[in-house]
Design a protein around this ligand. Sequence first.
Ligand code: SF4
Length: 329
Amino acid sequence: MKSFGYVRARTTDDALHSFVSLPDARFLGGGTNLVDLMKLGVESPGTLIDVSGLPLDTVGELPGGALRVGATVRNSDLAAHPAVCRSRPVLAQALLSGASGQLRNVATTGGNLLQRTRCPYFQDTGQPCNKREPGSGCAAVEGVNRDHAILGHSAHCVATHPSDMAVALAALDAEVELIGPGGGRTVPVADFHRLPGDRPEQDTVIRPGELITSVVLPAASAGLPSAYRKARDRSSYAFALVSVAAVLAVGDDGLIRYARLCFGGVAHRPWRAVTAEALLVGAPADESTFLRAAEAELAAAEPLSGNAFKVELARNLAVDTLAGLADRR
Ligand code: SF4
């Protein structure tokens, strides 16, 4: 590992100032991904600004039922928070399906959003990878790509985003609050991660020097039936082949009045299934509706040589998850 500087920020202003004044700086949260990548030689920041001790470690209940989750709230603490367990089980389930208990005790909300793909070619500095080294090529396009994307990929990158939490947050219409040299701004989680296009080295829309301060969960979906399902090769400590986050409300007339659906493990970002959602709302809450909606969304899938199975897996997981939520009414 290359040598690097280390400073611990005490305030948000302190962190932002350090970023512009120290060479080749990066913010450090729990470090569960960034430090691994530094050991592999994939990342080599000049200075780490440790923001894990900033006073952003609380979950606040806002008037009207929204929640503000500080960026340094640990994944374990968020999964166990009563307002999450009670009113947004999809988020608790997503968090608890990720990584291991030890990692969740350290990983932060902000860091989880910013974790990088686990594409094996990205993590191997001996392989071409446009995300790690722009212009070098993509070893996965013609290589082993079983775990890679089926939606929204490009000739430059076919990687998937690894976060479970972000998939649930996108289904909950959560928003990321940022602060940076140009002031503060808010970005929907569903728009925070990018598709690769011809710039796969940019995972997100975050700007240089910007810091995630919190994530806001709106009140609209609080208390509605929701669930996270994850298909993977092992029952724990494995990334999703496909995951589904869903929120579904069905009226007394049996018609769907609210639907949010998001896939993980299939694209460079959490894949909000807006085509499916449009077909679900107002339709009968039955299996034929769920199947029609899932198939309409997945009609855009372009599987790679090794992952055609993901299309059927995503369809079946979505139908089963939605049917399970419909049965709860
Ligand atoms: Fe790199 Fe993306 Fe290709 Fe993986 S899929 S080798 S991350 S460019």
